[in-house]
Ligand binder design. Structure first.
Ligand SMILES: *[C@@H]1O[C@H](CO)[C@@H](O)[C@H](O)[C@H]1NC(C)=O
Ligand SMILES: *[C@@H]1O[C@H](CO)[C@@H](O)[C@H](O)[C@H]1NC(C)=O
Ligand SMILES: CC(=O)N[C@H]1CO[C@H](CO)[C@@H](O)[C@@H]1O
Length: 609
């Protein structure tokens, strides 16, 4: 495709290198200060030694020789000092219980071996920087597994200490013990430590981290750049094809596609929430699944910590369910629905409940109470799943999650049915269950063919009305978990690998007729897929107005999440690229166009672009 050739961000890697170099670079001009530091450290060391001696004689601290490389719990080299230091300096200054804390509600998988003993070193009295374990420090049973931190590709902001502790059977390894909820995403919203309040009066303005932990061909076509005949169309076929190399390939993607900088930029854009799609293999794999097991898990946890750092609230989104809940590529496996429906439908529905049991035990921990605002049960279950069966599964999942202690608002999808369908369904949950709808004009021949001004009016009138009535007289709480600025379906792989576009009439169900407003061959995808730098002023004005019309419409409900933050080469699906091209408002909470304003004059903008 002809557009933006810039590769996915790899900003994380060089950044880390600079940080690490800076840490170890000797600074000659600071020799004096260094000597003072050494003096202080020696004095401190003497004090520590005395304290240790007391503790040891009291038999409170267990001492092991540092040369004993075979001990299973040697990960805490110098831990006596680092643990003590981190425990005595909480990262939050507020002192409020909910602002900062250390989690104690953990269960251990490997009994007494799992908790690292404080280990005193007799050779050094100066506190060492946290030392990461080496291979021999990892118990042999866990070597090479995801608990083995020595095998991790990227260590940025991860705690490298080995621990086999789990909560709900899910590892905490990589997490720090304390956290800080003092940040606010922007001055208009409360810090994480304070309640958000009613989403009906303060709608969420968020963005999806699509294509990150649940990969999708159109977001990162570079991961799917194989000959069509290889049949690499989804994460399943890709993982199967890559075999043993799948974990390394995917981890490289997790580590580079989204970095801390993205969370910062998201907050800088005036957004206040992130929806993070992830799939069941972050938690479990079954039978002969080729999916990479649990590598995405730690990246999800680190992502939540980065969101926290910038005051962003999180919407968890289970995007791929066992068996595939919708048969689409983004569920992980394209083809058929095997969740509720099909031979293993009941088994997979139960597996999905088990996954939620684990996830909700984990996310019921104190550290997640103020940051996980929304807990998504299932992204877009197919509309061929009978409504009563889907509603009953949703009620079961809700109960499991709630009973495990998750207070976040739970989210269920309209399953690509109309919002009215849900009127009277799943009632009695008050504001603790929200209906999630995804609004696009481009996957429907009729909506796609609307002219520019008509698309804007459609958002301001039809979508506004639908969402308002869903909130007031339909299901109740309603939000828009996905939408985009795209006004055509031209993006490469958008309709799946090997499929064309409705816009140009190359998609199977268009039977050769372009479904663009002019309905003829003028509607080429070349224009639609061009780099935004080639867009006319009028087209850019349309795109920006179109985005704001949607934002205003969706704010009539509980808010919105743009799909998606970043793409390799699809600027009308990338909030980040839209900002850079000046087709997204500079700040999500400042509007320069309201639905009550007249639709701007787009001059000579042709309807085929
Ligand atoms: C965890 O703590 C380490 C050491 O203090 C720090 O370098 C790292 O950035 C922390 N991670 C997060 C996500 O805050
Ligand atoms: C790192 O993890 C270990 C094991 O869970 C924990 O004891 C330690 O406090 C953590 N370090 C930090 C800086 O939070
Ligand atoms: C065939 C198939 O599953 N295609 C889907 C791939 O995912 C995109 C969205 O990411 C859908 O629009 C396609 O229908």
């Amino acid at each position: 495709m002809a557009s933006n050739p810039s590769p996915p961000s790899s900003a994380g890697t060089p950044d880390n290198r600079t940080k690490i170099e800076a840490l170890y670079k000797p600074k000659n001009n600071r020799k004096k200060k260094l000597w003072i530091c050494v003096g202080i450290s020696v004095a401190f060391g003497v004090v520590v030694a005395i304290v240790l001696a007391v503790l040891i004689t009291q038999n409170i601290l267990h001492v092991k020789a540092k040369t004993d490389a075979t001990r299973p719990d040697a990960n805490a080299a110098a831990a006596s000092t680092t643990t003590a230091a981190s425990a005595s300096t909480p990262t939050s200054g507020s002192g409020a219980d909910e602002d900062a804390g250390a989690d104690s509600a953990t269960t251990t998988r490997a009994g007494s071996r799992s908790r690292p003993h404080a280990t005193a070193s007799t050779t050094s009295s100066v506190p060492e920087a946290t030392a990461c374990p080496t291979k021999s420090d990892i118990p042999s049973a866990d070597r090479g597994t995801d608990l083995d931190t020595t095998t991790w590709l990227d260590m940025t902001d991860f705690n490298c200490s080995y621990t086999s502790e789990t909560v709900g059977g899910l590892p905490i390894v990589g997490l720090n013990s304390s956290w800080d909820n003092s940040k606010q995403a922007n001055s208009g919203v409360p810090p994480l430590s304070k309640p958000w309040g009613s989403y009906a009066s303060r709608p969420a303005r968020g963005v999806n981290l699509g294509g990150w932990l649940s990969i999708e061909p159109f977001i990162t076509p570079s991961l799917f750049a194989y000959d069509f005949s290889a049949g690499i169309v989804d994460e399943y076929s890709l993982s199967k094809y890559l075999g043993k190399k799948a974990a390394a390939t995917l981890e490289k993607h997790y580590a580079t596609f989204i970095t801390e900088q993205d969370f910062k930029s998201i907050a800088d854009a005036g957004l206040d929430h992130v929806r993070i799609p992830f799939s069941y293999w972050a938690v479990a794999v079954y039978d002969s699944d080729p999916f990479v097991f649990r590598v995405s898990w730690r990246y999800l946890l680190r992502g939540i910590e980065w969101a926290r750092k910038y005051g962003l609230r999180v919407k968890l989104d289970l995007h791929g369910l066992p068996g595939s809940q919708n048969s689409w590529n983004h569920s992980g496996r394209q083809g058929q629905i095997g969740f509720i429906l099909g031979q293993n439908g009941a088994k997979n529905a139960q597996r999905a409940l088990d996954i939620h049991d684990q996830l909700s035990k984990f996310f019921a921990q104190d550290r997640y109470k103020n940051i996980i605002a929304f807990y998504g049960l299932a992204n877009e279950p197919g509309n061929s799943i009978p409504l009563d069966q889907l509603a009953s599964w949703t009620a079961d999942a809700y109960k499991i999650v709630r009973d495990n202690g998750v207070d976040a608002v739970q989210v269920f999808s309209d399953s690509l049915r109309s919002l009215q369908t849900w009127e009277g369904e799943l009632q009695g949950y008050g504001d603790s269950l929200v209906l999630d709808t995804h609004e696009y004009v481009i996957f429907d021949n009729g909506l796609l063919a609307m002219k520019h001004a008509a698309k804007i009016s459609f958002a301001c009138d039809t979508w506004t009305q639908q969402i308002e009535s869903s909130v007031k007289s339909g299901f109740g709480p309603t939000m828009v978990g996905e939408w985009s600025q795209a006004d055509t379906d031209c993006t490469k792989y958008l309709n799946g690998v090997g499929n064309g576009a409705r816009w140009s009439g190359t998609f199977s169900d268009t039977k050769g007729t372009p479904r663009c407003p002019t309905g003829d061959e003028q509607c080429s995808c070349d224009l639609a897929n061009a780099d935004p730098s080639q867009f006319s002023t009028e087209y850019k004005l349309f795109l920006k107005t179109w985005a704001q019309a949607q934002m205003r419409a969706f704010e009539k409900g509980w808010g919105w999440f743009y799909w998606t933050w970043k793409t390799e080469a699809a600027p009308l699906w990338s909030y980040q690229a839209g900002l850079a091209a000046g087709i997204m408002p500079e700040s999500a909470y400042k509007s320069d166009w309201e639905c009550s304003d007249p639709v701007p004059n787009f001059g000579k903008l042709p309807e085929y672009i």
